[in-house]
Design a protein. Structure first.
Length: 207
């Protein structure tokens, strides 16, 4: 993210803080039955800033079809994430919910994060170590190895694909959809909808 973007985001955070202080102060002055202490104000501000600063931005969504013609299904999906701003985000507590309208599955991080290196994304060796009910990270940018070594994303330049093997019941045929929700340990959850397009190519980009 360039300097202008960082300055703009910092400005939003500061503006949010000012607005919250004003709202809380107004509540204190106008409330006759409930007292809000300085500690309450700090907790509200901390919670709000935490929501903003732990925001994961989704920048790419890919899938890969497998199978013979007329029976192809998307069995792997990869979702690229990065922090909105430079801050420590512990991805070891991240969970992912998958829902196709009939089945709901909750996935946890299995501790595996590795650089993509010269390997192809969907043929990376990390896919071979994804037990059912888990996901991993294939890292494309992490200068200080924070994600690979410590499960921490700490720069807004850090980028990694969340990689998920879909079970047979959740694999996607043309026209089928899947709701993917990311739940960080704290902060804002992200929900995306992926729909399987016509399998003109094996690797597809979700709109």
């Amino acid at each position: 993210m360039n300097n202008r973007g960082s300055i703009a985001i910092t400005g939003v955070i500061l503006l949010t803080s000012v607005i919250l202080i004003g709202v809380v102060t107004t509540s204190v002055l106008s409330s006759e039955t409930e007292e809000i202490s300085e500690k309450d104000v700090e907790e509200i501000l901390d919670d709000t800033l935490n929501e903003i600063t732990t925001y994961l931005k989704i920048t790419d969504k890919l899938g890969k079809y497998y199978g013979v013609p007329h029976q192809q299904k998307i069995e792997k999906i990869a979702i690229m994430v990065k922090p909105l701003i430079s801050t420590d985000i512990d991805i070891s507590e991240l969970t992912v919910k998958l829902c196709d309208g009939n089945t709901v599955k909750i996935l946890s991080f299995n501790g595996n994060a590795d650089f993509i290196g010269s390997q192809s994304l969907f043929e990376h060796s990390l896919w071979d170590d994804l037990p059912e009910g888990t996901f991993g990270f294939i890292v494309t940018h992490d200068k200080d190895n924070s994600l690979v070594d410590y499960n921490i994303i700490n720069k807004n330049t850090d980028m990694a694909y969340i990689v998920i093997k879909l079970s047979e019941e959740l694999s996607l045929e043309k026209g089928e959809t899947l709701i993917v929700t990311l739940f960080p340990e704290s902060g804002i959850q992200r929900t995306i909808k992926v729909e399987a397009p016509m399998p003109m190519k094996s690797i597809i980009s979700f709109e």
